[in-house]
Design a protein around this ligand. Structure first.
Ligand SMILES: C[S@@+](CC[C@H](N)C(=O)[O-])C[C@H]1O[C@@H](n2cnc3c(N)ncnc32)[C@H](O)[C@@H]1O
Length: 238
């Protein structure tokens, strides 16, 4: 996670393997700029068969994953709690000629009872000193309570009943936020979860500041300078 909050700029793609990725993204100040986690999940999303699929991108930020899903042929809805993220994602969808809806709210709350063929999410997952999610500010993009699971737990609990038969959840998180628990929660919801991508990335500024605390709480082994990012794919029965 990077907390570099530079002014609105064209976003330079991070040095990851090539994918069919959005190349004209902008971000308002304070909106999460696509990082290693975004691009790792974008690679998986770009490889999915999404032509004509009804896709929701929760925690959309700049809209990078909504745009990726739209470029892969999905009919996209994107959601974020942050007003600036909503404005940014709308702008980025337009810049990439992706038709879709961007709405403000927490996870599934603004979506009524609708079900989807694919749920995509790069939620906040970094363990923090405070138990509650921040109500504002850039940390809302990564702080997720003491165990990093405030948003992940809600997402995993609710996603199964928001999928159509054969639909799938695609989410990314760090090893520090208990990947086995994600797999277990999704399986408890009747889905078939598996880890479909992993990448070790050097700590960004947020993780560098948190490392000592994470080691103290047993969430990272001592001496580590990198974290493993993991993409989980969980499919609903047909
Ligand atoms: C790690 S960023 C990911 C942004 C983008 N999807 C990406 O991959 O680059 C997480 C985003 O989740 C949003 N967010 C945090 N809590 C949320 C919630 N409960 N419901 C919806 N969005 C939330 C933040 O505003 C932020 O834009």
């Amino acid at each position: 996670m990077s907390d570099d909050l530079a002014l609105s700029l064209p976003l330079a793609p991070s040095p990851a393997p090539p994918v069919q990725r959005p190349d004209r993204l902008l971000a308002l100040p304070g909106v999460y700029r696509p990082d290693d986690d975004s691009w790792l999940l974008a690679e998986v999303v770009a490889d999915e068969s999404l032509a004509g699929a009804d896709v929701v991108d929760l925690c959309t930020g700049s809209g990078v994953l909504a745009v990726t899903a739209g470029l892969a042929g999905g009919q996209v809805t994107a959601v974020d709690v942050c007003r600036r993220a909503v404005a940014t994602a709308r702008w980025n969808l337009r810049r990439h000629d992706v038709r879709g809806r961007v709405v403000r709210g927490a996870l599934f709350e603004p979506l009524g009872e609708r079900r989807y063929d694919a749920i995509v999410a790069n939620p906040p997952y970094v363990p923090a000193a405070r138990a509650a999610s921040p109500s504002r500010g850039p940390r809302r993009a990564w702080d997720a309570g003491r165990d990093g699971r405030i948003v992940l737990d809600r997402l995993c609990a609710e996603a199964p009943r928001r999928l159509r038969p054969g639909g799938r959840v695609l989410l990314v998180q760090s090893e520090v936020a208990d990947v086995p628990r994600t797999l277990e929660q999704l399986a408890d919801g009747g889905l078939a979860p598996e880890v479909v991508a992993r990448r070790a990335v050097p700590f960004g500024p947020v993780m560098r500041r948190r490392a000592a605390r994470l080691v103290e709480h047993g969430l990272l082994p001592p001496g580590r300078r990198h974290e493993e990012l993991v993409v989980v794919r969980a499919e609903a029965p047909r």
